[in-house]
Design a protein around this ligand. Structure first.
Ligand code: AMP
Length: 397
């Protein structure tokens, strides 16, 4: 259970409420191409509007590296949010985020009004969590709400620093929901509990593998990281992705799985290519018999079946990371097969943000999943068993 105060524990009537959202959405030529994060933020925003708060929204977008960059302005988000909320969202277009526009807009707010500040990462202090910007943000509000799960694993001014200068700091509904789903899955799962890990590197998921081996009944490993495991077991992996420094670690994890009675599933066949390109020559071979000069870029059809079977009778499934280089259509089959298997199981299915969330949504399976996390990095750190600074900074119940 979350021991943090939430928007249900405060009275916002007539108060200025600064809400840290995650509006870090993909933009192409100023158009939002995936608005899931905006939609996910609506319940908290609507609640605060209905309760008569003066709702001041803020977020980062992309990596402007402490400078005002026009193509990373949140102006398109203000326009789309106005439509989604059915009321004007006033955009405070200050390059320094808390400038004349923001101050004036906030001073003119009536209860239930909404203002959106400019991209918090236009300020160089933001990612360094330096007080100057935290104080500026705090000067605009009486209450702070953090609803940005996607940035909860970072300690920045707009989600952590600001709480030093505001008496009341709580979490929003999205944060509460993310923590409830991920927390329940990991700490109190209905069994069998299956975790599926993919993506490029073992090194970026070491702690996740280690932590999950203490919790799951079955651990499935696909994606680029599988080859370090296959090589560690004596397989031939050609020029597939390999992290030599992690061969011992892979063996340790294989031992740990045995010790913990975890069913560790690795691919039995893979789709290989003679070049890292969608148009490369392709063939399907045994996962531990990849010829020299070839690299594995996807799991093979037999593996797709084994993985799909493993989730069929599961009660809880957590998935993070693609099964292959799914950005290349010729190597997307394994990732699609896993998405489909999750869509077809009765288990509670939790997608850990990032590439897997994008894949599930692109394939049209989004509404078949129990929960799609809005945070890739944050959900991974959660699966590692770490405390997220953005959550820790909120007031305790
Ligand atoms: P991550 O951010 O660690 O989840 O990695 C995602 C990336 O892993 C995607 O861009 C995939 O293209 C890449 N990936 C998945 N499988 C492979 C593979 N077999 N070889 C190289 N890259 C891969």
């Amino acid at each position: 259970m979350l021991n943090k105060k939430t928007v249900d524990d405060i009275n916002v009537k007539g108060k200025r409420v600064l809400v840290r959202c995650d509006f870090n959405v993909p933009l192409i030529d100023g158009k939002i191409t995936d608005e899931n994060r905006l939609v996910a933020a609506l319940p908290t925003i609507k609640k605060l509007i209905n309760d008569g708060g003066k709702v001041i929204l803020c977020s980062h977008l992309g990596k402007p590296k402490g400078e005002a960059k026009k193509d990373l302005s949140l102006a398109p988000v203000a326009a789309r949010l106005s439509e989604l909320l059915g009321q004007e969202v006033v955009f405070a277009a200050d390059d320094n985020v808390v400038g004349e526009h923001a101050k004036e807009a906030v001073a003119n707010m009536k209860d239930g009004d909404v203002v959106l500040l400019e991209n918090t990462r236009f300020r160089p202090e933001e990612t360094k969590n330096e007080d100057a910007f935290s104080k500026d943000l705090a000067s605009l509000c009486d209450i702070f709400v953090n609803d940005a799960f996607g940035t909860a694993h970072r300690a920045h001014c707009s989600n952590v620093g600001v709480t030093k200068f505001v008496d009341t700091a709580v979490v929003g509904y999205l944060m509460e929901k993310e923590i409830a789903f991920l927390g329940n899955a990991v700490n109190d799962p209905k069994r069998p509990f299956v975790a599926i890990l993919g993506g490029a590197k073992v090194s970026s998921k070491i702690s996740v593998i280690e932590n999950l081996l203490d919790k799951v009944d079955t651990l499935i490993i696909g994606g680029g990281m599988m080859f370090t495991f296959i090589k560690a077991m004596g397989g031939q992996i050609g020029k597939s992705l390999l992290e030599e420094d992690y061969l011992d670690y892979a063996l340790k994890m294989i031992d740990k799985a045995k010790e913990k009675n975890v069913n560790l599933l690795l691919p039995v066949d893979v789709v290989i290519a003679d070049d890292f390109s969608n148009d490369a020559n392709r063939q399907t071979v045994k996962a531990d018999a990849i010829p020299d000069g070839w690299m594995g870029l996807d799991i093979g059809p037999e593996t797709e079946k084994i993985f799909a079977d493993a989730v069929k009778d599961a009660k809880t499934v957590v998935w993070n990371g693609p099964m292959g280089t799914f950005e290349m259509p010729n190597f997307a089959s394994g990732t699609k097969a896993v998405a489909k298997a999750l869509a077809n199981t009765d288990a509670t299915t939790i997608i850990g943000g990032g590439d897997s969330a994008a894949a599930v949504n692109q394939l049209g399976f989004g509404d078949k999943m129990t929960h799609i996390s809005t945070g890739g990095g944050a959900s991974l750190e959660f699966l590692e068993g770490k405390e997220l600074p953005g959550v820790a900074a909120a007031n305790n119940k």
